[in-house]
Design a protein around this ligand. Sequence first.
Ligand code: TMP
Length: 194
Amino acid sequence: MKNFFIVIEGVDGSGKSTQAEKLAKWLENKTGFKTIRTAEPYILRELILGRKDLCALSELLLFLADRAEHVNKIIMPAIKSGFNIICERYNDSTLAYQSGGHEIEFSSVKNLITACKFPEPDIKIFLDLSPEIAFERVKSRNNQNDKFEAEGLALIKKVSDFYRASEGLIKINCDNLDEEQTFSAIISKLEELN
Ligand code: TMP
């Protein structure tokens, strides 16, 4: 059995952290390999999310710089050590938010990501929660300092549409599922891959 690099994607408020925690425990038991949980943005979080005046291109380049550090310091060393990795957000977040949400041309974002040669995840899971439900959760966190959350429902809808139309993601419709049911849905999709 090999170690896995799994990415969890979804709009803000879709429950990524809860599922990442459950999945990390499950994967560690299943494979017997140590499992690292990590998330993006990695080191530039405050710089990117705290600056509402950044233009879309700077934002894109900063997310890629952040990923370069994340890959270099955490992801590649973990892969080489034979650990599993569960990562919240990765390349598909950049495509969904910077292209889908902030309308930078898709091919430009895609080409930049390709040029960075970041390692490809083995599995990418998209938690598909309706934008309205996700937005209610985000509002209750009341984190207006996060520039993306401050952009509200309009951004979440665009990002969600983008993810839904994307290929290569295992899509889990979470609208009528509680945390445990969502987790079961993820596991049954993963078991189908065997
Ligand atoms: P988080 O709150 O889910 O940790 O993510 C922080 C925000 O950063 C979230 O609104 C999505 C956004 N983001 C991008 O716009 N592009 C990216 O490449 C990444 C990793 C995050």
